[in-house]
Write a protein that binds this ligand. Sequence first.
Ligand SMILES: [Zn+2]
Ligand SMILES: [Zn+2]
Length: 277
Amino acid sequence: MPIFTQSEVNLHTHSFYCGHGTGEIGDFVSEALRLGNIKVLGFSEHCQTPDNFYPDRMRYETFETYTDVVNSFREGGYNAVPSLTVLLGAECDWNTQYTNYYRYLKEGAGFNYLIGSVHYFFDKEAQRLLYMGKCRDVKPYLSKYVEEYTQMLSSGLFLFGCHPDLYCYHTEWDKDMESAASEIIACAKENNMPLEVNGQGCLKKHIREDGSIRYPYPVPEFWAMAKEAGVKVCINSDAHNPIHLDTPRARAFASENGLDDLLVKWEITEGKVSLYQ
Ligand SMILES: [Zn+2]
Ligand SMILES: [Zn+2]
């Protein structure tokens, strides 16, 4: 039964197919082989819906090409490149309108796994989706974020919750942010769902008012609470370019915040990925 440690596995990556990334699928495979430590590389393109609901994403019409190209690296089983297991995944935005579609992808469309995210708020005034990274003040949307993120965690559709602290992007920590974290972490614990320390967030730095520096995400306050609760933790690059496939900052963040003992192991048998208990 093949068991992999967190440092051997990267399940969150995006190629040029996503519409805001760089690099072909093959470039990511080459980089994983060059790095040497990665034994399992999962592609998790932002999942487009049949009605092309999400902006700044690959069109639904291209989704099949993406899956064909990833699958070409898995021909003859799940190990066309002998030292690397390549997996087909997708990162799905939680949306109750599309749960049946996500279930179909998970169970009937040959995907090895799905991962769950909340990236957007619905701006009622403007009647449009607002990307969290562009939202200067998260407070008006915070309860909606918690509601959607916890629905995603408890849906049973996803392998782990991506960047749970994305809501901290531009907003500083306070009691409201803490109670949001508390609900998300309790839900993850209850559903035995790993939460992700995300490497993409570690590529940027924000300067706090007091001059100290933090990543937009992950943020220490959130992960101190996750540690306290004992939730399972995974680390992924969320690379949108092959040069970001390695995760030195995210790994250092996890170590510095005492998360090493909570890191998951993955069991992967013939393309089926599950949490090794
Ligand atoms: Zn992306
Ligand atoms: Zn994401």
